[in-house]
Design a binder for this molecule. Structure first.
Ligand code: C2E
Ligand code: CA
Ligand code: CA
Length: 741
């Protein structure tokens, strides 16, 4: 499952800064359109206002033209031709049929079609023009000196009978005629304007069109303002666009940086799990990878924290960087890897067969181990496999629902099952592991309650001297009577406790219970033998272990000689110095110390040299199967000899047959702990063993038979009377023995 944040970052890392370009263009376009519409509207309003008077003038001129035409007034016609106003008449189709000028409009005749005042047609520029209009005998003569320039003079003349326009009037105005001056002043408000010549059309009823020149006047300062305003807006817009471009570019760069950071591991500087998860999942979902099988690995640097303690955290991190580089060098382009965190790496490898994969992983492991020359580093690797996805015709099918996190979790789960002492260091995930994991969870959930509820029971397995058949010791072995999980042998939970650390609690629990039992039996007058208690290897990290043991036993008040401590052979691989110190202190406090499982997988002859142990327990493996192997006998005989030379007593474990007992007795083995003599048993049965003291299974067998015969006679004698005694063989033998005693 891809997390939300991952999705977001993926999006971010993929987005390109130029994607915002169309948005900016769209924005500029919208602003332009808005400005355009606003300007147009302003211009239209301005034009309407400005052209109104001119249009009226042109329409009056048109009226005048029509009036003269209708009345055949030559004078008017003459006058219209004489005046310097620009006007002409078209036939409605754009052909000029009359006018005061040459065809001023011909070059653009096709465009003279509009009648809309507010959108007049610009024909061309001129340098000088007059506009005249007459209505009700009044005439107006406007003299413009220049188009595009300022209005120089405006003359207004009123004459009822006579229409005349004379340039000289301008002079009059200039000469200071007060009447005119007033008018001039009125009209002079038009000063400081700019003029845009336009053609205005006045349609005649017969379809002809009178076209006269009008001037669109704009106040220069207004125009300037407008221009400045437009320029400012334009410049601002350009700045805004540049700013937006830079910003979006920066933003994208920042986002990319963020995405890179999000995917970067801060210890190795390489890719982190988030990258691996997100990119790896996508990669595996691609059709092109569907026909390839992949393996996902969890590589764990065993005891990385200890490495950091021994050297330094900085050293540890440097080594992690090296490992990261090493991984990169040993993978191909279609594979990937990342630093998961702490001391774990996630790796995705292409694979063909399981054998080939394991071989490659082993090689990889060797290369990683060589990354720290002169220093001992070890790795545990868990593997989960992602098979190729092809149908029966060999066609690729996309792995749509790949869950890399789950696969990696499986690899981790597989890796977690490896014990510290595992030699291969490689574990492939399978369904049994799932079961084992579930069981582990179940046990873990119940462990504390089990201690509180005293669900753990101490079983005692007696140790006998094979030469005398006398009880000479016992080992305390745990059993779990769980209300929900049932009766459990230690193999079902001890390895789990060893892994999760709860074993230290259990060892204390057992020690306390054994001490209590021994104390009770001592007080009851039993003839006690030492009972050995297993102390897990995990305990040896605690430097005050000897004191902890002493205190627990002292709290109960059991004499130390009745408690023996068993250390498993693997414990001797840890810090030897510390171990020697603990052993010596235990001995100082009066506890005997034994080496458990001697000869099981580890060669600890060397440890024997340094460890001042009291007892050597030969592993059950020596006595498994047929015991006619002379080589095996030689090894056992030599081991016993060796122990004797080192002043250690020997205990042979797992002895089941008479021949082995005889052989061991001959070799001078001090004790035998095995089914031949007794299986581990609950405390009440062990009490009977203590009472009997001597045990000879052969004699027991005979006694058992005798007892049975006796019992039959008795049964016959008592005919139907119930025996209160237990009916199992073991107690019958014991009763018999007790009787004889
Ligand atoms: P271990 O300490 O080596 O204990 C001896 C194991 O060998 C016991 O198994 C015992 O029942 C078995 N055994 C003894 N004689 C014979 C024999 O003749 N034939 C066969 N087939 N087996 C024999 P158990 O009780 O199942 O304990 C298994 C292991 O669990 C122990 O091996 C020990 O490592 C661990 N364990 C048991 N109790 C404790 C405990 O209280 N603390 C710790 N730390 N570990 C414990
Ligand atoms: Ca043991
Ligand atoms: Ca053992």
């Amino acid at each position: 499952m891809v997390r939300k944040s991952e999705k977001k970052i993926k999006k971010l890392s993929r987005s390109r800064w130029w994607i915002t370009l169309p948005l900016i263009v769209l924005f500029v376009w919208v602003v332009f359109e808005l400005m355009n519409a606003a300007m147009k509207e302003t211009l239209d309003t301005l034009m309407e206002k400005s052209l109104q008077t001119d249009y009226q003038a042109v329409s009056r001129l048109a009226d005048f033209y029509l009036y003269g035409e209708e009345n055949g007034d030559e004078k008017i016609a003459g006058y219209l031709n004489a005046v310097d106003a620009d006007w002409f008449v078209t036939d409605g189709e754009g052909n000029i049929i009359d006018g005061n000028r040459e065809n001023t409009c011909s070059d653009v005749k096709a465009t003279i079609t509009q009648t809309d005042l507010v959108t007049p047609v610009v024909i061309h520029e001129d340098t000088e023009n007059d506009v005249l209009y007459v209505k009700n005998g009044k005439s107006l003569h406007i003299h413009y000196k220049k188009f595009w320039k300022r209005l120089e003079k405006v003359v207004y003349e009123e004459d009822k009978d006579h229409v005349d326009v004379d340039i000289s009037h301008v002079s009059d105005a200039e000469n200071g005629d007060s009447d005119l001056q007033e008018k001039i002043e009125f009209n002079l408000t038009l000063k400081d304007n700019m003029y845009l010549p336009l053609w205005a059309e006045v349609p005649f009823p017969d379809g002809r069109i009178f076209v006269g020149k009008v001037y669109f006047r704009i106040n220069t300062s207004d125009l300037m303002l407008l221009a400045i305003f437009t320029i400012v807006i334009f410049v601002l817009l350009i700045f805004l666009v540049i700013f937006l471009l830079i910003r979006s570019f920066h933003l994208r760069r920042k986002q990319k940086k963020m995405a890179t950071l999000y995917y970067t591991d801060d210890i190795t500087g390489g890719r982190n799990w988030k990258y691996f998860h997100s990119v790896g999942e996508e990669f595996l979902q691609k059709r092109k990878t569907a026909d390839r099988a992949y393996a996902i690995l969890d590589i764990d640097f065993v005891k990385y924290r200890n490495y950091c303690i021994c050297h330094s955290v900085e050293d540890g991190e440097k080594l992690l960087q090296k490992l990261y580089t090493k991984l990169g060098q040993n993978l191909n382009k279609r594979e990937m890897f990342a630093h998961y965190g702490s001391a774990n790496f996630a790796v995705l490898l292409e694979m063909t067969t399981e054998e080939e994969l394991v071989k490659r992983v082993r090689n990889l492991m060797v290369k990683l181990e060589n990354a720290a020359p002169g220093r001992q580093v070890r790795f545990h690797i868990g593997i989960d496999m992602i098979p190729a996805n092809v149908d029966e015709n060999g066609k690729k099918k996309r792995r749509k629902n790949i869950d890399l996190e789950k696969a990696y979790n499986n690899a981790c789960a597989a890796r977690a099952t490896l014990s510290e002492t595992d030699e291969s260091g490689i574990q492939i995930f399978d369904e049994h592991l799932v079961k084992a994991q579930k069981w582990e969870m179940l046990v873990q959930e119940r462990q504390y309650r089990a201690v509180e509820g005293e669900e753990f029971m101490v079983y005692y397995q007696p140790k006998y001297d094979p030469r005398t058949n006398r009880l000479s010791g016992a080992e305390a072995l745990i059993r779990w009577q769980s209300p929900s999980l049932g009766f459990l042998p230690p193999g079902k939970f001890i390895p789990i406790f060893e892994k999760n650390g709860f074993i230290t609690e259990i060892d204390h629990y057992m020690l306390r219970h054994v001490a209590e039992d021994q104390k009770k039996w001592l007080d009851q007058g039993f003839s006690l033998v030492p009972v050995s208690v297993n102390v897990s290897r995990a305990h040896f990290a605690e430097s005050d272990l000897a004191e902890q043991i002493r205190d627990i036993v002292d709290e109960v008040g059991t004499p130390h000689e009745y408690i023996e401590i068993e250390l498993t052979e693997s414990a001797f691989f840890d810090d030897k110095k510390a171990l020697v110190t603990i052993i010596k202190r235990l001995q100082e406090y009066g506890f005997a110390v034994s080496m458990d499982d001697f000869g099981s997988g580890y060669s600890s002859l060397n440890s024997l040299k340094d460890m001042p142990l009291d007892v050597l327990k030969l592993d059950a493996d020596f006595f498994r199967g047929e015991f006619d192997d002379t080589r095996g006998e030689i090894v056992v005989a030599e081991a016993i000899k060796l122990a004797k030379s080192l002043h250690m007593r020997t205990v042979a474990e797992g002895v089941e047959v008479r021949e082995q007992v005889d052989f061991l007795a001959k070799q001078g083995c001090d004790m035998i702990q095995g089914y031949y003599y007794a299986k581990p048993m609950p405390a009440n049965e062990y009490e009977i063993r203590m009472q009997t003291g001597i045990k000879d299974p052969e004699a027991e067998k005979r006694a058992e038979e005798a007892e049975e015969a006796e019992f039959e006679d008795y049964e016959e004698d008592t005919a139907g009377a119930d025996s209160e005694e237990g009916s199992d063989g073991e107690s019958a033998v014991l009763r018999n023995l007790l009787k004889r005693k």
